[in-house]
Design a protein around this ligand. Structure first.
Ligand code: ATP
Ligand code: MG
Length: 619
């Protein structure tokens, strides 16, 4: 459940180190941010002039009083008569409104634009980094967690950049403008208005704490829902075949309920907080009315200023009310960025050396030299394994399940590095070779055939532009896949669904064969699937194998006797050790592990020769 724990991180609302790295993603768009900030300042200016116009309208035209006139800088420019004067003020009011709208639009649009562009860059970096990470990393980290990083966490950062970063300036400027104007009008009334501030701050503090806890529970529940869904949707066939629906429904109800509970708590906190702040700010307005009203009667204040004060007070508390929501936004953004940067900082421990040794195109010798390997700690999966494979020869690896056969291949392809000993290709330690060049030399068919969604031809080519259509055709002809593809509705352009689920396991395997063969690699690695296929496909695969191994150095993890017998050499793995080595007849004579394996597993496998069409056997 480390996944959920990670998603429960609640950190500081502001962390300078994280913020600086985050701003690194905004930096390329700094001019846009400057423009948006300017728009925000102008918008806040437009937002505070409304009450000011009201004050002038009342004090100058509607209820003018001798002596009590507040001095305005607009006085000099406004007409003396109310008749055009009121119209001028109405026009100014509309102009301020329109400009405010324009600046608000510009600010929102630019910042959302910046947010989306920065997030695009961040997602690109995240995926790029994920692709460079060693397979061991993916052994330890569930898929759901990685998906959350690239989607939800990045979204949280976007929310912060787009709606908090510049909105913060907007709100601050509104607050500063209002405070300055209030004190300019009347400092006693201004102080009275500010009296509500400590109470509201206090309420905001409690609200934030209550909501933070609900949000944390919500995120954790959501992470659990995601993980649960991912697992159960992928394994739906197992769920249904073992009638686990009721149990799964119960389990899901549990985490779903936790999510609902957290949401409802957050909603309750909201439902209390906002009315409370409304009451407090209205109490402040009541105070202004009480004192201000009396002062107006005594001629110490103009009615226009009183109206402006009330309008400003109402405008003043809104950003303060929102502040606690923004604070929570910042906090979850900081937690998200901590998780994101932790992923970005995961070191790539398995990479091409700075000066890779050149690698020959023709098949060389493959050498395992006293190789020791463990997936974790000292749980040795391979112990002191040594063998060598001559160029152009075919080697079969056999052994019980879990003996370490697939591990041998993962090491040769350098998905993991060996702990002791060395693996050499053409006399060079593979750790000294360019990683991509090394892997490109191998045609690989993995134990679980994996297809991507997309056309069949795309699945064979896998985006390698150098592979021509002829090469694809040739490859699928030689593994007996061609006729099958021709039968598909759109032939090679038939689009497969995710993981190629509409194909049978045998067909998927043949597509994987064609994929391995298409680039014409000097080395071939084949991890035979244990699942049995029908006789026809078995024959196709057997014939395909003949083609695959021709003129190549091949390592085949074999479960079929036909494959094993054809091999020049058989390696017998047992509990992580290479126990026997030699040709089929030689090994049988030893009466050892191979002999027992043969009797148990392979003896009855051989197909009767008459079952095989002559055309397939001769290939
Ligand atoms: N990613 C991994 N992390 C930890 N342990 C692993 C991992 N992959 C394999 N193992 C362990 O290493 C041992 C050898 O596994 P390996 O996959 O090499 O067996 P195998 O010989 O290919 O078996 P099979 O015939 O079933 O494919 C097993 O005990 C397995 O539990
Ligand atoms: Mg295996």
């Amino acid at each position: 459940m480390s996944n959920a724990q990670d998603d429960e991180i609640v950190g500081k609302a502001y962390d300078g180190r994280l913020m600086r790295r985050l701003l690194g993603y905004v930096r390329p768009y700094r001019w846009q941010v400057a423009l948006a900030t300017a728009a925000a300042v102008l918008h806040s200016g437009m937002a505070v002039v409304g009450p000011y116009f009201n004050q002038i309208l009342i004090d100058r035209y509607l209820a003018p009083r001798q002596g009590a006139q507040a001095h305005n800088f607009l006085d000099r420019y406004l007409p003396h008569k109310p008749n055009p004067g009121i119209e001028v003020i109405a026009l100014l009011y509309i102009a301020a409104l329109m400009l405010g709208f324009l600046f608000d639009f510009a600010q929102t649009y630019i910042m959302q634009w910046v947010g989306q562009h920065s997030m695009f860059d961040l997602r690109r970096d995240l995926f790029g980094h994920l692709q460079r990470l060693q397979i061991a990393f993916f052994d330890q980290n569930p898929i759901g967690r990685m998906v959350t990083r690239v989607t939800n966490d990045v979204q949280a950062l976007n929310d912060m950049i787009a709606s908090a970063l510049v909105a913060f300036f907007d709100d601050s400027f509104v607050l500063i403008f209002i405070v300055v104007i209030l004190f300019h009008y009347d400092w006693r009334l201004a102080l009275l208005t500010l009296c509500a501030l400590p109470l509201i701050t206090f309420a905001a503090f409690y609200f934030r704490r209550a909501v933070r806890d609900s949000y944390r529970r919500m995120r954790a529940a959501l992470a659990r829902i995601n993980a649960f869904l991912q697992e159960h949707i992928s394994g739906m066939a197992v769920v249904q075949v073992f009638n686990r629906e009721n149990l799964a429904r119960e389990q899901f109800r549990e985490i779903n309920r936790a999510h609902r509970g957290a949401w409802i708590d957050a909603v309750i906190a909201h439902a209390i907080y906002y009315p409370v702040v409304d009451i407090l700010s209205n109490l402040a307005v009541a105070g202004i009315l009480l004192f201000g009203g009396t002062w107006v009667l005594h001629g110490r204040l103009t009615p226009g200023i009183l109206v402006a004060f009330i309008m400003y007070a109402q405008r003043f508390f809104r950003p303060i009310q929102d502040l606690s929501e923004k604070y929570n936004l910042m906090q979850s953004a900081m937690a998200s960025s901590e998780r994101i940067f932790k992923l970005l900082d995961t070191p790539v421990t398995l990479a091409t050396p700075p000066q890779p040794a050149p690698i020959s195109n023709s098949p060389g010798r493959i050498e395992f030299d006293h190789v020791w390997f463990a997936y974790k700690g000292e749980d040795w999966v391979l112990q002191d394994v040594s063998f060598s494979i001559e160029p152009g020869s075919t080697v079969a690896v056999v052994g019980h399940t879990g003996a370490g056969k697939t591990t041998l291949i993962s090491l040769l392809l350098r998905f993991y590095d060996v702990q002791r000993g060395a693996i050499r290709l053409g006399g060079v330690d593979i750790r000294h070779l360019d990683l991509q060049q090394l892997r490109r030399r191998f045609g690989v068919v993995l134990q679980d055939p994996y297809l991507f969604s997309g056309a069949v031809a795309h699945n064979i080519r896998l985006g390698e532009a150098e592979i021509s259509d002829e090469a694809i055709l040739h490859a699928s002809r030689s593994v007996n896949l061609h006729e099958f593809i021709e039968e598909l509705p759109q032939g090679y352009d038939t689009v497969l669904r995710e993981r190629g689920n509409e194909l049978s396991t045998g067909q998927k395997q043949l597509v994987n064969f064609a994929r391995a063969l298409a680039p014409n690699p000097p080395y071939l690695i084949l991890d035979e699937a244990t699942s049995s296929v029908d006789t026809d496909t078995e024959l196709r695969i057997r014939a395909a194998l003949n083609h695959l191994v021709k003129d190549r150095t091949s390592i085949i993890i074999a479960h079929r006797l036909s494959t094993i017998q054809r091999a020049d050499q058989i390696l017998v793995m047992h509990k992580g050790r290479l126990r026997e080595q030699g040709a089929h007849q030689e090994l049988l004579r030893l009466h050892g592990i191979y002999w027992r394996l043969y009797r148990l597993q392979y003896k009855d496998q051989e197909l009767p020769p008459e079952a095989a069409p002559a055309s397939l056997l001769t290939t």
